[in-house]
Ligand binder design. Structure first.
Ligand SMILES: N[C@@H](CCC(=O)N[C@@H](CS)C(=O)NCC(=O)O)C(=O)O
Length: 200
């Protein structure tokens, strides 16, 4: 039996969790359950994916899950209580606020909200905001890298690269060279390819 169960498919934020599990070399079962499906609602009342089940306990939220796994297995993170960890967490929340939130609002107004609650015009405003925010995020990355915080890869690199792929799929233009280089480096990692293969 696998140590962990992950609920959610690779075309959702579950991809971040699958990717870090591959980076950490963990044994897990992937259950490609749809958002709001009865099996997901039984674990997470909001019906949102991903959900991790570890030893009978269900943990929702991709960033919470990545942080838990990285801390537990002592890799893909700086140690808790260090200044580097504070920088890592601050960057992680920056990406959630400035990129994930924009893309998620665009998705909600495209196909998540009931049709009569969608405001299609908001997407042009979101595109403008994304163009500004990608410069802000890139400006907070270590200039020499290669990773977001310098020489050590962390879960913030996975989160950022996942969001950049999501942006491309949603036709939000990524123009910043630092982001493009970082994304190409991350997508070349064997763990990313293994995660894609696992979900296909
Ligand atoms: N902050 C949460 C967001 C989770 C989330 O919204 N997941 C989407 C799929 S990527 C979902 O399940 N949406 C279904 C819904 O909003 O009803 C995370 O990072 O896991």
């Amino acid at each position: 039996m696998s140590d962990y169960k992950v609920f959610g498919g690779i075309r959702s934020r579950a991809m971040r969790v699958i990717w870090i599990m591959e980076e950490l070399g963990l044994d897990y079962e992937l259950i490609a359950a749809a958002p709001r499906s009865p099996e997901v609602r039984a674990l997470n009342p909001t019906g949102k994916v991903p959900v991790l089940v570890d030893d009978g306990t269900a943990i929702p939220d991709s960033v919470a899950i990545m942080t838990y796994l990285a801390d537990k297995h002592g890799a893909m993170t700086h140690a808790p209580g260090t200044l580097n960890r504070a920088r890592q967490d601050a960057f992680t929340q920056l990406v959630v606020d400035e990129i994930d939130a924009i893309l998620w609002t665009a998705a909600r107004h495209s196909f998540i909200l009931p049709e009569d609650q969608r405001v299609p015009a908001v997407k042009e405003s979101l595109r403008w905001e994304f163009a500004v925010n990608q410069e802000t995020v890139a400006g907070r990355m270590d200039a020499d890298g290669p990773f977001v915080l310098g020489e050590q890869i962390t879960l913030a690199d996975i989160l950022l690269s996942h969001c950049i792929g999501w942006a491309r799929n949603a036709k939000f233009e990524v123009t910043n060279a630092r982001l493009l280089d970082h994304d190409a480096m991350m997508k070349a990692r064997p763990a990313f390819k293994a995660a894609v293969a696992k979900g296909s």
